[in-house]
Design a protein around this ligand. Structure first.
Ligand SMILES: Nc1ncnc2c1ncn2[C@@H]1O[C@H](COP(=O)(O)OP(=O)(O)OP(=O)(O)O)[C@@H](O)[C@H]1O
Length: 262
């Protein structure tokens, strides 16, 4: 069995390498004493820049917790996280908020669009709030990559679920973040709309050089990724490169048959 554990090449100093985010010996515990739950148990992982990474594992294995820690949405109990060159685990609130705003994009299962704004206004809202002028050329490219060119004046209620999620994808891409995190981004979509959104995520990696990390339960969704990380009991227990839906499903079945690996 291979391992997803990799040593930091930079000794933690960080440099503009092929690594977009990195966790080193990350522990996340909820509660204390008898009620303590160790959601992440000394996780070491590097997320490759310009690649699409899927995180899989049984319910409760720590997928969302790992994503939230990597994205600076949740504080770690111990260990360190870097986003690009910045070690985020030692940042104070204000700097962390700014780093999330400037360097990280999010796509959630619920599309989280504002109903009173049209598609374009939703896409540029985070930049408007931050007082950043959108780069028109980039925005046009993003909008056409996700196939929204004819829909920019529509409000969310005038768009299908798949189109709404494409707006959310464009919103995440618009500010050219260092990394985009998706938590079951196609969980609310039927398989056709889901495939469309996953296809656009794939294109944003291939054509725009974006880095994407996605939590999913779905082997078909994971097959769009370049690499799949498997969590069990808060530990990274395996990884797979160039996955197919069949190979991911087989690996999941193997976990079910042989029990947990640690
Ligand atoms: N806020 C919290 N307080 C206490 N325990 C928590 C909290 N959040 C998560 N946990 C626990 O941490 C563990 C990992 O949870 P997490 O949500 O990361 O798992 P997951 O793999 O994303 O699960 P699912 O696939 O069901 O979404 C679980 O045992 C969960 O009960």
């Amino acid at each position: 069995m291979t391992t997803a554990v990799t040593e930091s090449r930079t000794g933690g100093g960080g440099e503009s390498t092929a690594v977009a985010a990195r966790a080193r010996q990350v522990v996340k515990a909820y509660g204390s004493g008898e009620t303590e739950v160790v959601a992440l148990d000394r996780v070491d992982v590097e997320i490759a820049r310009g690649a699409f990474t899927a995180i899989m594992g049984p319910s409760g294995s720590g997928k969302s917790t790992l994503m939230h820690c990597l994205a600076g949405l949740d504080a770690v109990t111990s260990g360190q996280i870097w986003v690009g060159d910045t070690e985020i685990t030692s940042l104070k609130d204000k700097k962390l908020t700014r780093l999330r705003r400037d360097k990280i994009g999010f796509i959630f299962q619920a599309f989280n669009l504002l109903p009173t704004l049209n598609a374009l206004e939703n896409i540029t809202l985070p930049m408007d709030i931050a007082g950043v002028r959108p780069d028109r050329e980039w925005l046009d490219r993003v909008v056409s990559t996700v196939g929204l060119s004819g829909r920019l004046k529509h409000r969310p209620s005038e768009l299908s679920g798949g189109q709404q999620q494409r707006v959310a994808v464009a919103r995440a891409l618009a500010s050219r973040p260092e990394i985009i995190f998706g938590d079951e981004p196609t969980g609310n979509l039927d398989s056709r709309a889901g495939a469309e959104v996953l296809g656009f995520l794939r294109r944003s990696v291939d054509e725009l050089g974006q880095t994407i990390v996605m939590v999913t339960h779905d082997p078909v969704a994971a097959a769009y990724a370049d690499r799949v990380l498997y969590l069990a009991d808060g530990r990274l227990v395996d990884e797979m490169w160039r996955p197919t839906a069949e190979s991911v499903l087989d690996r999941m079945k193997a976990f079910d048959t042989f029990g947990r690996v640690s």
